[in-house]
Design a protein around this ligand. Structure first.
Ligand SMILES: [Ca+2]
Ligand SMILES: [Ca+2]
Length: 169
């Protein structure tokens, strides 16, 4: 009888532990107001995606869409894609990966060397148009095919297209 009571009690405390775990608040997603989950049929997972519709990169007075899509891994990193309002077509940058896809506001260029942000939208060349700066996370290699020599890059809209160039101070 004693044994049965003990088993019952331990069962109850087991349940109790679970109800406590249940009540622990889930860790908040950073920059939550820009985050959505999108189902990826290849990975068969809901994938965290950051959607920004805040800046006019192609200077047509309409905001452009900038997305960072998670790889779904334990340490998530996110690749970039952009849809300019003037083009209506997604431009994919599958090899441009960062792990902190949150826009970092800077007041001047020296902050880039002090804070090491990964994603900044700013007018870097004083032409009254904003460029996209990325400090790529890619661990082992610089993405090929763009003529890059650095992981600090600028995506600059010029001559009716997005140009990817090395970031130079
Ligand atoms: Ca635009
Ligand atoms: Ca500019």
């Amino acid at each position: 009888m004693k044994k049965i009571i003990l088993i019952l009690l331990s069962g109850l405390s087991y349940l109790n532990i679970f109800s406590q775990i249940d009540s622990i608040p889930i860790v908040k997603i950073p920059n939550e107001q820009y985050a959505i989950y999108k189902y990826d049929s290849t990975l068969q997972l809901d994938i965290l995606t950051y959607q920004y519709n805040l800046w006019d990169i192609d200077n047509d007075k309409h905001k452009d869409e900038i997305e960072f899509i998670s790889n779904g891994g334990a340490h998530s990193y996110y690749h970039l894609r952009i849809r300019l309002s003037s083009k209506k077509k997604w431009i994919e940058f599958p090899t441009f990966e960062i792990d902190l896809p949150y826009p970092h506001k800077i007041k001047n260029l020296t902050e880039l060397g002090e804070m090491y942000p990964q994603f900044v939208v700013y007018d870097f060349d004083d032409d009254d148009l904003k460029e996209i700066y990325l400090n790529l996370y890619n661990l082992s290699s610089i993405p090929t095919g763009y003529g890059l020599t650095s992981k600090q890059i600028l995506i600059d809209y010029e001559d009716d297209k997005l140009n990817v160039i090395d970031f130079k101070k």
